[in-house]
Design a protein around this ligand. Structure first.
Ligand code: C2E
Ligand code: CA
Ligand code: CA
Length: 566
């Protein structure tokens, strides 16, 4: 590296530039890069005495000029400290060191300027803005203390008069973003205006304080639960729809609200403040909910503890091999024979009792382990089908599995034998279809191409339309149990089932009625044209493999079948 290059590199790293300043002509020449001294903003014009002096912050200019004049007169070395403003308002503190030389009758200053610190953004505010910011901060601190005092007062009052009051914490979630986009000052104007706007819906005696840069605290004194709900709702709407014609640009505010009712749900004022904070944190963590009350936040917390317990239970059942399948028959209304069995997941308790895993499925989905379950069940069912060539089996998969390529791949690998695939029914739920129609349709087609039948479970529980049903092209539709229960007395359910059967018949889709519990229900459904019946009336799910039993000990109630079918 050349000497000069080294020199330039060192200058750059030191965020410095070297000048030679002819004080007679006013001309300043530079070595090194001014960009290193002023890394942000448009460079100030530092090429003449006039433009240099003009770039210095007015407050520092007089001191600078006096120091320069003294140096020119007295000669020798000098050190100066002043602030330079770039053309777009960025402020840089400059350390200036140099010496005065006389050459050919000219007085030349030779020196370096160095940026003394990281640049500070001033933008459009005058210097007094800094102290204004501090004022806001101090004011917020003051309001926060005031709010505490008011909460204590309100708490005592509510307790004394046996009234319900509400403590709210509201956070404007995008305020920091607005501060960056605009200026901190603008964000403050929003908060001030919003506070006035919100005050107008409060009753006399209620309190609103700005308790943090981006937060309000509100006390609704003596409000019943219903009254409070109404006010909270209005506050939420006001913030979400907030607009102010005096602002240069339209803004959109996002907020979260946490509430706690007192004295019923808080022991004292401090406790109420903490609980409102917890509720607010919970509201902030939710994508679709803006408002959370402490009671719900608490329940959620307990729920998640319980869920962790359930997950541990599920994992240990897996480890200890205490996972079983229960089989429930589907009766064919045309033949009276058994068409297939639905396989349902069961867990064995410490004491050997068998219980449903139905409530663990949503937990497993939430905790991200559903792929383990659905993968396990798939392998187990295929093994069952391979060992028992007479069995036709259906089983359930989670909504989440319908877009799990790994599961589909395993399925493809395991189902090379068409004799096994043709005896398999995969049940997906209606919510999977609503989740992503295109993906679900692809998934259904992929399974069908392997020779597997696909059933749409719980139909009627969600909002899948017949048109969507058509585009899914499933083989079987299972009517949700809610439509089957008490069908004889419910004409609306009857109309729905008839419409579905019409549709299914014209598109060659087979229909199952689930949760058939009585002979009357069974008879009615059969007469309507339902193809298969499933429910406690014919047989409960059982962990004993039916096809390994002799006819008499099979779980299916043959007498009942005969009574209905013949
Ligand atoms: P599902 O697929 O709708 O299963 C039918 C549920 O109804 C089963 O509950 C069954 O025991 C119950 N049932 C059957 N007949 C009757 C009846 O006549 N009356 C009444 N009231 N109920 C009846 P289970 O076994 O507790 O399963 C609950 C849910 O858990 C299932 O609903 C299914 O969505 C899910 N599930 C079960 N096993 C698995 C599995 O291996 N994997 C996955 N992903 N989900 C499963
Ligand atoms: Ca099912
Ligand atoms: Ca079902």
């Amino acid at each position: 590296m050349q000497e000069l290059e080294k020199f330039k590199l060192a200058l750059s790293k030191a965020r410095s530039a070297v000048y030679s300043w002819d004080t007679q002509t006013g001309e300043i020449t530079w070595s090194g890069r001014l960009e290193d001294v002023f890394p942000t903003g448009t460079l100030p014009n530092l090429s003449t005495t006039k433009s240099f002096t003009d770039s210095i912050l007015p407050e520092d200019r007089q001191k600078f000029t006096t120091s320069l004049e003294t140096s020119i007169r007295a000669g020798g070395d000098y050190r100066r400290l002043y602030r330079i403003k770039t053309q777009d308002g960025h402020l840089t503190t400059i350390r200036d060191r140099g010496t005065v030389r006389r050459e050919d009758g000219h007085t030349i200053c030779i020196g370096t300027i160095t940026s003394n610190e990281r640049p500070e953004i001033v933008k459009t505010q005058p210097l007094s803005h800094i102290s204004q910011q501090r004022q806001y901060f101090m004011h917020a601190q003051y309001e926060s203390l005031l709010f505490r005092a008011r909460t204590a007062e309100a708490f005592d009052n509510a307790k004394l008069h046996h009234r319900n009051s509400v403590l709210m914490k509201i956070s404007i979630d995008n305020l920091s973003m607005l501060m960056t986009w605009y200026t901190p000052d603008f964000a403050d104007r929003i908060m001030d205006a919003l506070k006035i706007h919100l005050s107008s819906i409060l009753r006399e005696g209620d309190t609103i304080c700005r308790i943090a840069i981006d937060q309000f605290g509100i006390i609704l004194n003596n409000h019943s639960q219903t009254e409070a709900e109404l006010v909270i709702d209005r506050i939420l709407r006001r913030i979400q729809l907030y607009s102010n014609p005096s602002f240069e640009e339209p803004i959109h505010l996002r907020c979260s609200i946490g509430t706690v009712h007192f004295p019923i749900h808080a022991e004292n004022a401090e406790d109420a403040l903490n609980k409102a904070y917890l509720a607010l944190s919970s509201a902030k963590s939710k994508a679709a909910e803006f408002y959370v009350d402490y009671q719900d936040a608490k329940k959620e917390h307990l729920d998640s503890r319980e869920e962790v317990g359930q997950l541990n239970y599920l994992q240990s059942a897996f480890r200890q091999g205490k996972i079983h399948m229960a089989y429930q028959p589907l009766v064919d209304t045309r033949t009276g024979g058994i068409y297939s069995y639905e396989c349902l997941l069961r867990m064995e308790d410490e004491d050997g009792a068998i219980r449903s895993a139905g409530n663990l499925i949503p937990v497993a989905e939430k905790m991200g382990v559903i792929d383990v379950i659905d993968g396990y069940v798939l392998e187990r069912i295929i093994e069952e089908l391979a060992n028992h060539p007479d069995a036709t089996l259906g089983f359930n998969i989670s909504n989440m599995t319908t877009d799990d390529p790994k599961w589909l791949k395993t399925c493809t690998q395991l189902l090379q034998d068409p004799n096994i695939a043709s005896r398999l029914i995969v049940e997906i739920t209606e919510t999977a279809a609503q989740h992503d129609m295109r993906q679900t349709a692809y998934f259904v087609a992929a399974l069908q191409s392997l020779g597997v039948k696909v059933a749409l479970d719980d139909f009627g529980a969600g909002y899948t339309s017949f048109r969507q049903l058509k585009s899914l092209s499933v083989d079987i539709v299972k009517i949700d149990g809610a439509y089957v229960r008490g069908i004889a007395e419910n004409s609306e359910n009857l109309i729905f089932i008839k419409a579905l059967l019409d549709f299914n018949h014209s598109y060659g889709v087979e229909t199952v009625a689930e949760c058939v519990e009585t002979g009357e229900e069974a008879k009615l459904l059969m007469n309507l044209g339902v193809d298969y019946l499933q429910g406690y009336y014919f047989g409960h799910p059982s962990t004993i493999r039916p096809w390994e039993q002799d006819d008499q000990s099979k779980q299916v109630n043959q007498n009942r079948i005969e009574k209905v079918i013949t």
